[in-house]
Design a protein around this ligand. Structure first.
Ligand code: GTP
Ligand code: MG
Length: 480
């Protein structure tokens, strides 16, 4: 265990004060903090934009009971509670969909927050009458959850784990230059320029691993590829080194160890204290199709990646964490995103594959008492159903406008014309998708442009698949 961690009384006191403040606020007006996470490009920004638009625009949302029963009077954006967190740029993201050139919102890669107040009519017994629910949406990178184990590991232990992970066959080719520098530098003296050089080589290996489609599991530190305003700070300028025994003062390893501690104190702990520990509900978005497309190694790696990030949700049984903070998340939804890349005949299959991938983690989170569900959804549906005829058989396909430059065989799409595409069928048995029985290339995916939304349709939810079902699970009980 990391020495001195529990000496951090001010830190724990801050956590307790925050929890009491949150609870007091809840007595006055019910409030739900919904965390939206997932690895980069999983679909967090699109999900929140579509959700906020659906609730504020009103209109049809049949599976969200309160809306289907006509009890939601309206929803509007309100000033967010935390001054130090960037606001989720809802209007800019929505403009991306509705603007003349219809594009997807840009990558965000940091935390952002948005507050929505929902006015509704309660029909339940003593609560009957007009009510208000405050919904705080917190968009944060799933990569940050990988940092939780660091709080339990000292620098030498973390270095050992991370160097071993860099040497696995999938990753070694991306880490060669860094590993050489780390071996050579381990015994050296503390030196700023050398520390920067090795840290930069380490960061470059993490970038190369992130950009390799077969590697989905990420290595901590989760903030290294999303440094934002802290770029260049010593707390983000370190790397693992092969150290054995006592770390002597004045060495490069001692310098790195001090920075590792600073990272834990100034980056990791505040995130878990100020954001994660305050969440009530959580949706974890997963791009299952991306992994299926990249082949069986990627699917196996996706399972590891999710196990890693989901560790943060199953801290309940471990006394180390319960002494420190008790996550109060009582519902977790796993969602396979971008289901509009498949015909509806495959949506349940996609759900079944994700269920199998997260099965182990789900059981452990379930032990802590949280309700869990799995869904396949498209926050914004860019395609419609279509059939293609292959001789006498009719194949369940999709039609949409592929993004400019997307390719199938020798066809290069122009971003203007619609195409009908048969992406292939997901296997009926989800086990097949996870082992090598479902080889790379079994499916053909292209990315589509966002759908065209006519002016008269802007007062309704954007086209979607099962977004209302996701919301019913996440907040339906809070609109009784
Ligand atoms: N067809 C379709 N594509 C989607 C959907 N959601 C996300 N995408 C695609 O996935 C990409 C990433 O979505 P984002 O919402 O930006 O993902 P993110 O998780 O916020 O990504 P970062 O901000 O980079 O962490 C988008 O640019 C779209 O190409 C969806 O519902 N349907
Ligand atoms: Mg984003």
């Amino acid at each position: 265990m990391a020495g001195g961690f529990f000496d951090d009384l001010a830190f724990e006191a801050g956590l307790a004060a925050r929890a009491i403040g949150d609870a007091a606020g809840n007595l006055i007006e019910p409030k739900i903090r919904l965390g939206v996470t997932g690895l980069s490009r999983a679909g967090k920004t699109v999900f929140i934009t579509a959700l906020v638009h659906a609730l504020t625009a009103g209109g049809r949302f049949p599976v969200l009971t309160a809306m289907a029963e006509g009890r939601v009077a309206g929803a509007e954006l309100a000033p967010q509670p935390d001054d130090q967190v960037p606001r989720f740029a809802y209007e800019a993201h929505l403009d991306a969909f509705l603007g003349a050139d219809r594009h997807w919102p840009h990558s965000t890669r940091a935390i952002a927050e948005l507050r929505l107040v929902i006015d509704y009519e309660s029909k339940s017994g003593w609560r009957r009458g007009p009510k208000r629910l405050t919904l705080d949406l917190v968009d944060y990178p799933g990569e940050w959850l990988l940092d939780l184990p660091l709080l339990k590991q000292d620098y030498a232990t973390w270095s050992r784990h991370t160097l071993a992970a860099c040497r696995t066959p999938q990753r070694l080719k991306h880490a060669t230059a860094f590993l050489q520098a780390a071996e050579a530098g381990a015994a050296g003296k503390a030196d700023e320029i050398e520390a920067q050089r090795i840290a930069e080589l380490f960061r470059q290996s993490l970038v190369a691993m992130r950009d390799d489609p077969t590697i989905i599991a990420r290595l901590a530190p989760g903030h290294f590829l999303m440094q934002g305003e802290r770029e260049g700070a010593p707390a983000l300028t370190f790397a693992p080194l092969p150290v054995s025994g006592e770390i002597k003062s004045g060495t490069l390893a001692a310098m790195m160890a001090r920075r590792y501690d600073a990272y834990r104190d100034h980056v990791v702990k505040p995130f878990f204290r100020d954001h994660f520990a305050r969440l009530d509900r959580q949706i974890v978005l997963v791009d299952v199709l991306y992994a299926l497309n990249a082949g069986p190694d990627a699917v196996a790696d996706l399972r590891i990646a999710l196990d890693d990030i989901l560790g943060a949700f199953r801290t309940g049984a471990d006394s180390f964490w319960t002494d420190w903070f008790r996550p109060k998340i009582d519902r977790v939804l796993f969602a396979a995103t971008k289901a509009d890349h498949l015909n509806s005949v495959s949506h349940d299959r996609l759900e079944a594959i994700l269920r199998l991938i997260v099965e182990r983690s789900m059981r452990r989170i379930g032990d802590s008492g949280a309700r869990i569900d799995v869904i396949a959804l498209a926050s914004v549906r860019a395609t419609r159903e279509a059939d293609v005829r292959d001789g006498s058989t009719v194949l369940p396909a999709i039609a949409g406008v592929p993004l400019k430059g997307e390719v199938i065989g020798d066809v290069v799409f122009d971003g203007i014309r619609e195409a009908v595409i048969f992406p292939g069928d997901l296997p009926a048995k989800p086990e097949l998708a996870i082992d090598s029985g479902f080889p790379k290339g079994s499916m053909q995916f292209v990315r589509f442009r966002p759908p065209l939304i006519e002016a008269q349709d802007r007062g309704f939810p954007l086209p979607h698949i099962r977004l209302d079902r996701a919301l019913e699970f996440l907040i339906g009980d809070q609109l009784p």
